[in-house]
Ligand binder design. Structure first.
Ligand code: SAM
Length: 344
């Protein structure tokens, strides 16, 4: 066991059967060693800096029916909203004034925002805030649309792969396929985006094979960003009877992923903070190095309810967050916070 962990720490890779053996035999007393390895790994690359992003959830309309997601198309109880270009810019102005230099624009898959409208929004943001990195997280689009957004100035794109086990992917995402998800991720890579993938912990049928699929897929894709968060069941979804994903397992998988893809920027996810009030500290100690704070207008914030009691931290809370981060020996970094290979 120790040999395997040493190998992972030194070589940042393991074979499938080694991953399975590790996951089958790992015991709780080994977690602190793995967390320390993950922290050392990230500190050697990015130092003790935690990168801060501002998250704008600009529409909760969605054409998809992911069976875990509260804003799925068939959830009739969702109070749907869309923000206009001016409403988006207004909120970004405030965050920019507070020092934020990365904006993440996220929504359901809402085709109201045509590629032309998206380009208009992107161009205005990039003109108004030229010193700021822009990330999109709007789901699956065609290659040529991703190309239009990239040429308009988008720097990064988040599209979690959710699970890398094709059958499970199909079960969770009606009318969608892992094949297409993967094609989208590779298209984004090809175009030159900093790409974000990631998976949900605690999905139905999750076993160590499923986790191995995730780790091997991430190793192969080598994304610049990786988001890993626990499932938080939503009462108005088919998965309402599921138990929430385990916080401990989520932390373990963050740490292992850090060892597989050392240079990735890895957020401490909102879902983790929702399930554990010390989620920020625990996530950082497991190898996370990014934190996203919410900058959506207050009147729509509760409506972007992918799960119940979503714990979102406001951009203005940066001072209290900074204290918490300082207390565990880290500092906040408000710069664009690009992937290390982009800085070179
Ligand atoms: N539509 C975009 C997409 O598909 O990438 C972005 C929005 S989607 C709501 C953002 C993420 O929320 C998903 O990638 C998924 O992992 C996460 N999510 C949705 N429902 C969740 C739940 N009940 N528990 C945990 N994470 C959830």
């Amino acid at each position: 066991m120790k040999k395997l962990l040493r190998k992972l720490y030194d070589e940042n890779n393991l074979k499938r059967e080694e991953i399975i053996y590790l996951l089958n035999n790992i015991t709780k007393d080994m977690y602190p060693i793995i967390f320390e390895m993950a922290q050392n790994t990230v500190k050697n690359i990015y130092g003790n800096r935690i990168f801060i992003r501002g998250l704008m959830e600009f529409s909760n309309y969605c054409r998809n029916n992911c069976i875990y997601c509260g804003i799925r198309k068939d959830n009739k109880y969702v109070d749907r909203y869309r923000l206009s270009k001016d409403e988006i810019i207004y909120s970004l102005e405030e965050a920019h004034y507070l020092g934020y230099r990365t904006f993440v624009l996220q929504s359901g898959e809402d085709m109201y925002y045509t590629s032309e409208l998206m380009v208009e929004i992107i161009q205005e943001i990039k003109t108004k805030f030229p010193d700021t990195a822009l990330t999109l997280s709007i789901g699956e689009r065609d290659f040529y649309e991703y190309e239009m957004f990239f040429n308009a100035g988008v720097d990064r794109f988040l599209l979690r792969h959710e699970t890398a086990t094709p059958n499970l992917y199909s079960m969770l995402h009606p009318n969608m396929s892992f094949e297409n998800r993967k094609a989208c991720l590779y298209n984004l890579k090809k175009l030159g985006y900093q790409v974000g993938a990631g998976f949900i912990v605690g999905l139905p049928y999750e076993d160590n094979e499923v986790i191995a699929d995730n780790l091997l897929f991430l190793k192969e894709l080598n994304p610049e960003m990786i988001g890993i968060g626990p499932l938080v069941p939503h009462p108005q979804t088919p998965l309402h009877r599921m138990k929430p994903g385990s916080v401990q397992k989520t932390l373990l998988f963050i740490a292992l992923t850090r060892l597989f893809v050392p240079k990735a920027l890895m957020p401490v996810t909102t879902a983790l903070n929702t399930l554990d009030e010390d989620g920020i500290e625990k996530g950082i100690k497991a190898g996370g190095n990014v934190l996203m704070l919410n900058l959506s207008p207050i009147h729509v914030r509760n409506k972007y309810e992918i799960y119940k009691n979503k714990e979102s931290r406001d951009v203005s809370e940066i001072k209290s967050i900074e204290k918490r981060i300082n207390n565990i020996g880290y500092i906040i970094d408000m710069s664009r916070g690009d992937h290390i290979d982009w800085l070179k």
